[in-house]
Design a protein around this ligand. Structure first.
Ligand code: HMG
Ligand code: MG
Length: 290
C-alpha cells in the first residue's frame, strides 16, 4: 500500500441528512458542507434533486446547491433521478451529477418507482445533457450485496448493471452496500465480477455500516485495487426506502483506518472532527438555527 492515495467522496450532506427525521435547515447544511470542504474533502455530495414528496429532507436542493460556493479543488456533486433533476441541478451550478439505480428490481421499484431497465433509459437524457455542459456523471448501483426486500443479490446482476452504467457514459460506478449486512467474502465475490467488466479506477465502494463490517469491507476492496470510497461525516445516513439500514461508514472512521494502513487521503483530521461533531449535532436535532 505505502504511498497509495485514496479518494474519499463525502456523502454526509446527502445520504446522511436524507434519512434524519428532523429536517435540517439550509443554513446548517451549508455550514456542514463548508466545514467538510475546509477539512480538505475534494468531492462532496451536497444534496439530491429528487422529488420533495419522496424525500422532504432534500426539498431545499436548489438553495443548497446555489449557495454552496465553488472552490478550487472541490467537486460539488448532486444526486439526480431523471432529466427534471438534471436540468435543475445544472442550472443551479452542480459540478457533477450522480444517477442511481439498483441491482435489485424490488429496490428500484421502491426507491425510484421504475424497473432497472426504465431507470437506465431515464439516464440517457441525463448523461447527454451533462455531457453537453462538460459535467461528469457518476452512477450508483444499490443493493450490490444484499437487498432489504429480496435478500442476497447475485454478483453477476451487479456486474451487469455496473457495466451498463459505464457504457451509458458514467465516469465512475459506485457499488453500494445499501443495508450494511454484507460479509467481506460476499463483497469480494461481488467486486471480482464487477472488475471483470469495469476497470478498478472507475469503481468506488459505498459501504453502509449497520453491522460494523464496513472497515473489513474497505480492506477487501483495497485488496481488489479500489481507491475511491464514499463515507459520511459522523457516520450519518441510510436510505428512507431501505428499512433498517444504518449510516455510511464514518468519514473520520475510514480516514483513520486508511492512515493506519499507510494510505494518504489529504484530510485535516482536526477540522474533520469539528465537521463530524457538527453533523452529529444535526442528527440529534439539538442544533437550533445555525
Ligand atoms: P414518480 O412519482 O414515479 O415520478 O417518482 P413522476 O415522474 O410521476 O413525478 C411525480 C412528481 O414528482 C411530479 O410532481 C414531478 O414533477 C415530481 P407533481 O406534478 O405530482 O407535483 N418530480 C420531481 N420533483 C423534483 N425533482 C425531480 C423530480 N422528478 C419528478 N427530479 C422519482 C419518481 C424518481 C422522481 C421519485 O421516486 C424520487 O424522487 N425518488 C428518489 C428517492 C430517493 O431520493 N432515495 C434516496 C436516495 S438513493 C440512496 O440513498 C441510495 C444510495 O445512497 C446508494 C446506496 O446506499 O444504496 C445512492
Ligand atoms: Mg447510501
Amino acid at each position: 500500500s505505502g504511498d497509495r492515495k485514496v479518494t474519499i467522496v463525502e456523502v454526509g450532506p446527502r445520504d446522511g441528512l436524507q434519512n434524519e427525521k428532523n429536517i435540517v435547515s439550509t443554513e446548517d447544511k451549508l455550514k456542514l458542507i463548508r466545514l467538510l470542504a475546509d477539512a480538505g474533502l475534494s468531492r462532496i455530495e451536497v444534496t439530491a434533486f429528487v422529488s420533495p414528496r419522496w424525500v422532504p429532507q432534500m426539498a431545499d436542493h436548489d438553495a443548497v446547491m446555489r449557495r454552496t460556493p465553488a472552490r478550487e479543488g472541490l467537486i460539488r456533486s448532486v444526486l439526480v433521478p431523471n432529466d427534471k433533476g438534471a436540468i435543475a441541478a445544472i442550472a443551479a451550478g452542480a459540478d457533477e451529477l450522480a444517477v442511481f439505480t439498483s441491482a435489485s428490481e424490488t429496490f428500484a421499484s421502491r426507491n425510484i418507482n421504475c424497473t432497472i431497465a426504465e431507470s437506465l433509459e431515464r439516464f440517457v437524457p441525463v448523461i447527454s445533457l451533462a455531457r453537453s455542459h462538460g459535467i461528469p456523471v457518476r452512477g450508483y448501483v444499490s443493493c450490490a450485496v444484499d437487498c432489504p426486500y429480496e435478500g442476497e443479490i447475485a454478483p453477476d446482476a451487479v456486474a451487469i448493471v455496473s457495466s451498463q452504467l459505464m457504457d451509458l457514459g458514467c465516469h465512475e460506478i459506485s457499488v453500494a452496500e445499501t443495508i450494511g449486512r454484507g460479509l467481506p467474502e460476499r463483497v469480494s465475490l461481488m467486486l471480482e465480477r464487477v472488475l471483470d467488466r469495469v476497470p478498478a479506477p472507475m469503481v468506488a465502494c459505498h459501504f453502509h455500516d449497520t453491522s460494523g463490517r464496513a472497515r473489513a469491507n474497505v480492506d477487501v476492496a483495497l485488496d481488489w485495487g479500489i481507491a475511491t470510497f464514499d463515507s459520511s461525516a459522523g457516520g450519518l445516513g441510510g436510505c428512507p426506502y431501505a428499512p433498517g439500514a444504518a449510516g455510511n461508514i464514518g468519514t473520520g472512521v475510514i480516514i483513520s483506518h486508511l492512515m493506519q494502513r499507510g494510505y494518504a487521503t489529504g484530510i485535516d483530521s482536526n477540522i474533520l472532527q469539528l465537521a463530524e461533531e457538527f453533523a452529529l449535532s444535526l442528527r440529534n436535532g439539538c442544533n437550533s438555527g445555525n
